[in-house]
Write a protein that binds this ligand. Structure first.
Ligand SMILES: N[C@@H](CCC(=O)N[C@@H](CS)C(=O)NCC(=O)O)C(=O)O
Length: 206
């Protein structure tokens, strides 16, 4: 059994989607981020960075419980635990890794900062909005180029790379990205949204 601490946010949706895709049993523990539940000592003991998502696998390595934080690390942990999120072909597998790391190192941080400066900053800071929003648009262009040539980010197969990016791209508007300018990404978002596992994950996150 896996305990999943998460919320319905761009990073938070990745792990229930992965768990549903793999058909793994999990207990969903929804945190109220606005109330600061992610900063409580019991949660900080699992993730000293005070952010969701986090999992605790009660049946971890050698049957021992293990906690894992950072969505990219959790996706890789799940891919190792149960086949289905990473292509078996070595070339496609490394494409999946590339796009997973692109998401956690660039798309997530840039979209997050773009949205924060656009919507949450106490006063508008034009240079920050320009920098982060233009990066969010540029990165969406990188995905558009890939998805114009391949159905999924790793190539022919849906993988953890798609799950990782989907959380942010489905709410691209938050970061000032007009998705209609990126038809291949828009179509990819629609195809992922229609997957039964994705719909089950959102139903549980309600
Ligand atoms: N790099 C982290 C980012 C996690 C993250 O930023 N989570 C947000 C929700 S999308 C969060 O917990 N926000 C609450 C806070 O910052 O206190 C990951 O991919 O897991």
């Amino acid at each position: 059994m896996i305990e999943l601490y998460t919320a319905n946010t761009p990073n938070g949706v990745k792990i229930p989607i992965a768990l549903e895709e793999l058909g793994l049993d999990y207990q969903l523990i929804k945190l109220n981020l606005a109330a600061g539940e992610q900063k409580r000592p019991a949660f900080l003991a699992l993730n000293p960075n005070g952010r969701i998502p986090v999992i605790v696998d009660l049946d971890g390595p050698a049957g021992q419980p293990i906690s894992v934080f950072e969505s990219g690390a959790i996706l890789l942990y799940l891919a190792q635990k149960s086949p289905g999120l990473l292509p078996e072909d070595a070339f496609a597998r490394w494409r999946a890794m590339e796009y997973l790391f692109l998401q956690v190192s660039a798309v997530g941080p840039m979209f997050g900062q773009a949205g924060w400066f656009l919507r949450s900053a106490a006063q508008p800071i034009a240079v920050a909005i320009e920098r982060y929003c233009s990066e969010a648009v540029r990165l969406t262009g990188v995905l558009e180029a890939r998805l114009s040539e391949h159905p999924w980010l790793a190539g022919a197969e849906y993988s953890l790379a798609d799950i990782s990016h989907f959380g942010w791209l489905r709410v691209a508007d938050y970061a000032g990205v007009e998705l209609s300018r990126f038809p291949a990404v828009q179509d990819w978002v629609a195809r992922i949204s229609a997957r039964p596992a994705v719909q089950r994950a959102f139903a549980r996150l309600q």
